[in-house]
Design a protein around this ligand. Structure first.
Ligand code: NAD
Length: 538
């Protein structure tokens, strides 16, 4: 297998001026595709074709991995992990900081490929490079704090010395979705390799090329080539083969699949973290700055065309500001620039696939058929791209409608009016999800106090999701059916380690010494414990 990809330069060629050449489609040069796909561990001889959501044109053939290929990926990863786990924390920090620079330097190339494979707006693609640079910098600067050997008090002062180590688990399986193909390929795995593990990664089949470019950048930054293996294929088969071999699994995707992953991990008694779906609420309180809330609401609901786990799909707005908020939110939504192109300038891009378009269409049609009102958007836009759907605001949504409690994972948000804040919080907490919440209010202290009552792993005040997500020291993840475990921060790193306590006992042993009887030893220990309590020992 070759690991060489040409450094820099445009990977993607655009159609030029469609007026001049309406048949031309976006494409990646075949040798670029070959250089990227060479990283996949695949001897099956099978491949699957992918298409770009921008225009539906064929994109690449992705070699598929068999179960034997997945096992081979683990063999290579295990070999690489042994040497990697012995590298110093300082060395790993240097590599992480090089990755930070590399991602910022190569952001155009990364964004081109992300847009081409996912159909998103270029500004949403830029967020991916940004998030990975932030992740690399955070662990690049703090790894020594998290992984350094800690000292805790021993049972007897001076006589018992206890150190706590964080040793890597081994090889971590990373199973990721398509919605943020670059971020999701790397954000969990960076912490895994930083902690001294190797990774076997399975990206979603629709966005494999971006995950391969991500792997290539890791190698260029200085991570050993074999430390990060990429396998490809359907989740039900290749995902299962990964969980059968891994020492820990980090899964991001739907709650339904997360349950299967957790069950298989439990069978093997390995740990897993699950970053799952949400039906995320925003509260606009009566003292909110309405203009700021309306601006935040468009990003909250329509960033990445709503294909974002932390996207806001339910907005609860106080009676006192409801009408003004709705006016401003609808006006801002109608002014959004839409388009499925590689260029900057679009506020919202395409959905990724026909499946996503079908789900979004079904949620809106069901709501309208049962009496909801469309305040903005509401329909597919085949004139812009094959999977394009307008940013959509619904009012009058009721519990019997699919969109009420089910994640749409698209650009559709429902508005609800409230009079009483406690009632709004109860409605925000309704359902089984608990990923992300948002509160708009000019009283920060009161908003933070209300945040504690919202059953979500992250709550953003006067922002939708970005403030927590981009604060890498802050753990991120879901309560209830939105997940288990946290990415980011110390927790995001330490999940990939085993905590090991090493105690060294001096002079006195745990049993009768110096000719003591068992009874005398018991009396001595009883006295010692009483003294230690008086001295304030924990
Ligand atoms: P999905 O669960 O269908 O697929 C996610 C990944 O799991 C893919 O790589 C897929 O191939 C793989 N997979 C599928 N079946 C599997 C199985 N049986 N065993 C192992 N792996 C399997 O999810 P999706 O529809 O692609 O992604 C959208 C969902 O992901 C949404 O619900 C969204 O909210 C969630 N998501 C959550 C976060 C988060 O951080 N909480 C981030 C992004 C997306």
């Amino acid at each position: 297998m070759s690991n060489s990809t040409p450094a820099g330069g445009p990977l993607v060629t655009g159609p030029g001026d469609p007026e001049l050449d309406p048949t031309a489609s976006y494409a990646i040069e075949p040798d670029e595709v070959a250089a990227l796909t060479a990283r996949i561990v695949s001897t099956s001889g099978e491949s699957v074709g992918t298409r770009s959501p921008l225009d539906g044109a064929p994109l690449a053939h992705i070699p598929q991995s068999s179960d034997a290929d997945v096992r081979e990926a683990f063999v290579r990863a295990r070999r690489a992990q042994v040497a990697w786990s012995r590298t110093s924390v300082e060395h790993r920090q240097q590599v992480l900081l090089r990755l930070h620079d590399l991602v910022l330097d190569r952001q155009e190339e990364i964004s081109d490929l992300v847009v081409l494979e996912s159909g998103k707006a270029r500004k949403d693609a830029f967020d991916e490079a940004l998030h990975i640079a932030l992740t690399a910098r955070y662990y690049g600067r703090t790894l020594h704090q998290h992984l350094g050997t800690g000292r805790v008090p021993g049972v007897f002062p001076v006589l018992t010395r206890v150190e706590v180590n964080h040793v890597p688990k081994g090889v971590v399986g990373i199973i990721s979705p398509w919605n943020y193909p670059f971020t999701m390929a790397l954000c969990d795995g960076i912490a895994a390799v930083a902690a001294g593990n190797a990774v076997v990664a399975k990206p979603d089949s629709q966005t494999t090329l971006t995950a391969l470019l991500a792997a290539q950048l890791l190698t260029e930054a200085g991570f050993p080539a074999d430390l990060w293996q990429v396998v490809a294929g359907p989740g039900s088969r290749v995902g299962g083969a990964i969980i059968a071999e891994a020492d820990y699994v980090s899964f991001t995707g739907s709650t339904a699949t997360g349950r299967k992953v957790a069950a298989q991990a439990a069978e093997r008694l390995i740990g897993c973290s699950l970053e799952l779906g949400g039906k995320n609420p925003m509260l606009v309180l009566r003292d909110a700055d309405v203009e700021k809330a309306a601006e935040g609401a468009t990003r909250a609901a329509f960033s990445n065309a709503g294909q974002l786990c932390v996207s806001i799909e339910r907005m609860f707005v106080a009676d006192q500001v409801y009408d003004r908020f709705v006016d401003r939110f609808v006006a801002r939504t109608e002014a959004m620039t839409l388009g499925a192109t590689l260029a900057w300038g679009n506020d919202m891009g395409s959905l990724i696939s026909q499946d996503q378009l079908d789900t979004v269409t079904a949620h809106v049609e069901d709501a309208v058929a049962k009496g909801a009102t469309v305040l903005a958007g509401g329909k597919a836009r085949p004139d812009l791209g094959p999977f394009y759907f307008e940013p959509t605001i619904l009012e009058g949504v009721t519990p019997e409608m699919t969109v009420f409690g089910n994640e749409t994972f698209g650009p559709v948000v429902s508005l609800y009016r409230f009079g009483d804040e406690s009632d709004a919080i109860a409605r925000a907490n309704d359902g089984e999800y608990g990923l992300n919440g948002s509160i708009y209010s000019q009283d920060g202290a009161r908003a933070r106090s209300l945040a504690r009552r919202i059953k979500c792993g992250t709550v953003n005040v006067n922002e939708a999701f970005a403030a927590t997500f981009a604060s890498l020291a802050a753990p991120m993840g879901g309560m209830r059916e939105s997940g288990m475990g946290r990415r980011q921060g110390a927790e995001g790193l330490l999940r990939y380690t085993e905590t090991q306590s090493v105690a060294t006992q001096r002079l006195m042993r745990f049993g009768p010494s110096f000719g003591m009887s068992d009874e005398a030893y018991a009396a001595f220990m009883t006295r010692s414990l009483r003294v230690l309590k008086k001295l304030g020992r924990a």
